[in-house]
Design a protein around this ligand. Structure first.
Ligand code: ADP
Length: 381
């Protein structure tokens, strides 16, 4: 038994040494870059051209941010390692929490044109620690965006069965090779260190996430296929209530028809589901051209759509052109809302001229939909 203890201590000691050497290396890398940059500026003295001066300072600033993030994450890791974190349990609205995380990650996703989708059949309430839930979910969603391809997708799916709830984060990214999946929660592990560094990764996020999930008594699993994408699923056992929440309809639009147009069928379905929740009748199509035909048909049958929700960027016919043509058919009466993941100030004049009534940031969430519709109705009146 004594030998066993010694052997175990040796293993512990080795892993501690490895950890310390990793930390030193990780902290030294940005330091070295900063030193080189600062030294070159000093050497050139008065002769540094102003643009170069600025550029070098910006690089130093970037390295400082990296260093800072690394230290923050190391502290976080140390705290969660020692289980020194107290749990602050309260009743959480998991849907609202997931929405807030997706909204926060939205700018990062927009840079790569990655679509964020939230799928949830019901409103889940659970007893958990809010700050920690936000931390783990943010980490998973950020990774799903960072390791995604351009124009990819990230779907967060919530579910509960009364005794536990699951959060699955699925992406259409580069995937994680089989042999790496076992190491994914190890500190400083990255599948491709140079890529991670380029996109600003510390290799600690997953280790911290695993620590927190363990502390909460939950599980985290990964499934992935190289080149196809990855799914992380967190399962937490705790008292949950999963009610199908009744949402109030917008009185003027109760029972009215709406047409959703987006080249991504999943977005169409998710927006349609939200519209149905507020008692509208939703139809959808993935093509701008088809949308114009359907608008025309509905108009001629006296069953016109009372609201249109149209994606701005679509391959066959873009949103603005689609609006222009729909307006030619249906006139100016009904509101048309443009969905866009981008800043719309540049297109606003053109869009309004084409007949757009209002804009809504993409992805659209349940909490946005009523406000957007009310604004649109208000404006079209
Ligand atoms: P990093 O800060 O480098 O992103 P993490 O600990 O969050 O570190 O993740 C560790 C490694 O796991 C990443 O460097 C990346 O190689 C891999 N990884 C994490 N999430 C994903 C994902 N959704 N798709 C592909 N690879 C991922």
């Amino acid at each position: 038994a004594f030998n066993d203890v010694i052997a175990r201590m040796r293993v512990l000691d080795e892993s501690r040494q490895e950890f310390v050497s990793n930390v030193s290396h990780e902290l030294k890398t940005p330091m070295t870059s900063m030193k080189v940059l600062a030294d070159s500026l000093l050497q050139m003295g008065e002769d540094v051209p102003p643009e170069m001066y600025r550029e070098f300072l910006q690089d130093i600033d970037g390295e400082l941010d990296r260093e800072n993030q690394m230290i923050e994450e190391l502290l976080s890791l140390a705290r969660t390692d020692r289980k020194q974190v107290s749990m602050n349990i309260s009743q959480l609205d998991i849907n609202a929490l997931a929405e807030s995380v997706l909204k926060r990650v939205r700018p990062l996703a927009q840079k790569k044109d990655v679509e964020l989708i939230l799928v949830s059949e019901r409103e889940i309430r659970a007893e958990a620690d809010e700050v920690k839930m936000v931390m783990i979910l943010t980490n998973l969603v950020e990774n799903a965006v960072k390791y995604n391809r351009e124009h990819g997708k990230v779907t967060v799916t919530l579910d509960s069965d009364g005794k536990s709830f699951t959060i699955a984060v699925t992406d259409t990214g580069i995937g994680i090779p089989k042999e790496a999946q076992a190491k994914i929660f190890d500190r400083f592990f990255r599948v491709d260190p140079s890529r991670s560094r380029e996109i600003g990764g510390t290799g600690l996020g997953m280790a911290i996430t695993k620590n927190i999930v363990d502390m909460m008594g939950g599980t985290i699993q990964v499934e992935s296929e190289t080149g196809k994408g990855t799914e992380f699923t967190i399962m937490l056992e705790c008292e949950t209530s999963g009610e199908i929440v009744k949402r109030e309809p917008v009185p003027e639009l109760k029972g009215a028809r709406a047409l959703v147009v987006d080249d991504d069928a999943q977005t169409c379905m998710s927006v349609s589901r939200m519209l149905r929740e507020i008692e509208m009748t939703a139809d959808w199509t993935t093509s701008g051209k088809e949308a114009v035909l359907r608008a025309k048909e509905a108009y001629e049958q006296n069953q016109e759509f009372k609201v249109y929700i149209i994606d701005w960027l679509m391959p066959d016919m873009n949103g603005i052109e689609t609006v222009r043509r729909i307006r030619m058919v249906v006139g100016s009466e009904y509101p048309i809302i443009i969905l866009t993941a981008y800043d719309w100030s540049d297109i606003e004049v053109e869009a309004r001229a084409a007949g757009v009534t209002a804009f809504c940031a993409k992805p659209m969430f349940m909490s946005d939909i009523r406000d957007t519709l009310m604004t649109a109705i208000g404006q079209s009146q």
